[in-house]
Design a protein around this ligand. Structure first.
Ligand code: NAD
Length: 257
């Protein structure tokens, strides 16, 4: 019998209190990894760790603000100290498109940058590892929201920042993959379509808006966080041993049109 594919691996998941991060923490734990659940929302991160522990896995929670370089650096070092190593970093924390330019860039782009800046050399110096970033279809194409195609409208302020930040994440992913390719660190990104998480709860409220969003995906539905978690766990595993520098859409066909 094969061992669980993430057996004996240690994984740091940011944004682990909610949505994609929570489900990915749970999935990676199910696949054998020990998880550090990191989030600005400490009670939420503790909840995720408790879910994992209740199911027989290994996990702990830590408070992290990805907009603080020191906080990211400390979290990486403390995770490795507490669990005796670090193999996987999932730079997943993010905020939705409603935020202003500076805040969206700070969390969605600079936060991922700090994870790469401190994470990639750390993994390289400690036997190699894997970094996964959460980009978005907004890291590959422009966003279409109900107002976007109405040429009388101006771009929603938050949408431009979100698209710029996520395109930045896809660029950083490629650059770090290239730079660390020979040092045993694989770096990839997932580009989710619209996923049913707390982040999209507001835009899904009106039935018309929900229908509009479903129509953007050729599969005719939104995604579930478990469907991103499964891909994150795959990319973290040796099943993806020759995959690096890839931006993998997990989007029900959103970017195929
Ligand atoms: N839900 C979608 O449709 C969708 C689509 C594409 C990409 N994404 C991306 O997926 C990632 C996860 O989103 P989600 O849908 O699970 O959202 P979510 O709101 O459910 O979870 C995001 C988590 O990030 C945490 N966070 C926010 N700012 C932080 C900070 N400064 N430091 C540490 N943690 C912070 C929040 O506390 C929250 O727990 C984000 O990067 C998001 O941009 C989501």
């Amino acid at each position: 019998m094969e061992m669980a594919r993430l057996h004996s691996k240690v994984s740091l998941v940011t944004g682990a209190a909610s949505g994609i991060g929570r489900e990915s923490a749970i999935r990676m734990a199910t696949d054998g990894a020990t998880i550090m659940c990191a989030d600005l929302d400490m009670p939420g991160a503790e909840n995720t760790a408790n879910i994992i522990i209740q199911r027989g896995g290994l996990a702990a929670a830590i408070k992290l603000d990805v907009t603080s370089e020191q906080s990211v650096k400390d979290t990486i070092h403390r995770t490795a100290e507490q669990f005796g190593g670090l193999d996987i970093i999932f730079n997943n924390a993010g905020v939705a498109g409603g935020f202003d330019w500076d805040q969206s860039i700070a969390v969605n782009l600079t936060g991922v940058y700090y994870g790469l800046l401190h994470g990639a050399p750390f993994l390289a110096d400690h036997g190699g590892g894997v970094i996964i970033n959460t980009a978005s279809v907004a890291g590959l194409v422009g966003l279409i929201t109900p107002g976007t195609l109405d040429q009388a409208n101006n771009l929603q302020p938050g949408a431009g920042a979100y698209v710029a930040a996520k395109h930045g994440v896809t660029g950083l992913t490629k650059q770090y993959a290239v730079t660390f390719g020979r040092r045993g660190v694989r770096v990839n990104a997932i580009a989710p379509g619209y996923i049913e998480t707390p982040m999209t709860a507001r835009v899904r409220e009106s039935p018309e808006a929900l229908e509009f969003l479903k129509e953007l995906h050729p599969m005719g539905r939104l995604g579930q966080p478990e469907e991103i978690a499964a891909v994150a766990s795959f990319l973290a595993s040796d099943d993806a041993s020759f995959i690096t520098g890839v931006i993998l859409p997990v989007d029900g066909g959103y970017t195929a049109r």
